[in-house]
Design a protein around this ligand. Structure first.
Ligand SMILES: [Zn+2]
Ligand SMILES: [Zn+2]
Length: 273
């Protein structure tokens, strides 16, 4: 089992230390665990958007995060868990320069990119769902996937996280969305990124993996490689849904997933996942 997306208390909306995560991972038979804390927010977003300080670790804690994951890696080695140092970045255009400079400063194994904002709206924040009423869901989805593709093309990240997060609260367009999945999959392939199968969606109102089965099949058809992550925000969520993720990959036609070390991908056969 591998889990390439977990958070810690440092982002202020998750709980648990790296050490606690590693101990749970060892108990559950996770062979590779990658910490992917939310990268400190771009200063301009911090100034403008209320509540943003609760979305990511503070800037001055990034070195401590890196140090803690290193210590957890030593513990992991003694418990049979490979521990990797990753990060999840907000890939909206305004945040990219800030992200690039922080990425350069630390030896990350894996960089996840996410779209959590449409303009200044944190559309995945359960406290901000009233804003959905102002949108035509078809237009919202078009906009979301366009932003996702644009972020992939920025070249900052290895993997696009929770690639259909826009479905989180089941605010789906009435008309079919298959063409959006196909176009997005093709563009992500061209951009050279992977996509994660993120099991957190199973625990959210949409109650399905990110990406869902139809989108995952399009990604496979387009030749986009995948990783697997729980997006755990507490130690007890490590590797949750990993079996469902592997089954979904099989059903979509995948025979392997990727692990990134030093930002270099390596394939793992589906039977070893
Ligand atoms: Zn989070
Ligand atoms: Zn995220």
């Amino acid at each position: 089992m591998i889990d390439l997306h977990v958070h810690t208390w440092r982002c202020r909306h998750a709980e648990g230390t790296p050490e606690e995560y590693v101990r749970v991972a060892a108990r559950r038979g996770v062979s590779t665990l990658c910490f992917t804390e939310h990268l400190p927010m771009a200063p301009s977003l911090m100034e403008r958007i209320p509540g943003v300080e609760g979305y990511a670790m503070p800037l001055d804690e990034l070195p401590a995060y890196v140090g803690e994951v290193r210590e957890a890696a030593a513990l992991g080695a003694s418990l049979g868990v490979e521990v990797l140092l990753g990060i999840e970045i907000d890939a909206v255009p305004e945040a990219r320069r800030h992200a690039a400079s922080l990425l350069e400063a630390h030896p990350f194994d894996l960089v996840l990119a996410s779209i959590h904002f449409i303009d200044d709206w944190a559309f995945d924040d359960p406290r901000k769902t009233a804003e959905y009423d102002r949108w035509d869901f078809g237009e919202l989805w078009e906009r979301y996937f366009a932003d996702l593709v644009d972020a992939a093309r920025s070249g900052l990240a290895d993997v696009m996280a929770h690639a259909d997060l826009v479905k989180k609260f089941c605010k789906r367009p009435e008309s079919p969305v298959g063409h959006m999945y196909a176009a997005t999959a093709g563009a992500l392939r061209e951009a050279g990124v992977a996509v994660e199968v993120n099991t957190a969606g199973l625990r959210k109102p949409c109650k399905e993996l990110y990406p869902g089965q139809e989108f995952l099949a399009e990604l496979h058809r387009a030749g986009v490689p995948v990783t697997i992550g729980s997006d755990a925000h507490a130690p007890d969520e490590v590797a949750l849904g990993a079996r469902e993720a592997v089954e979904a990959l099989r059903a979509a036609g995948y025979s392997s997933a990727l692990v990134f070390r030093g930002r270099v991908p390596e394939e793992v056969g589906i039977d070893e996942l």
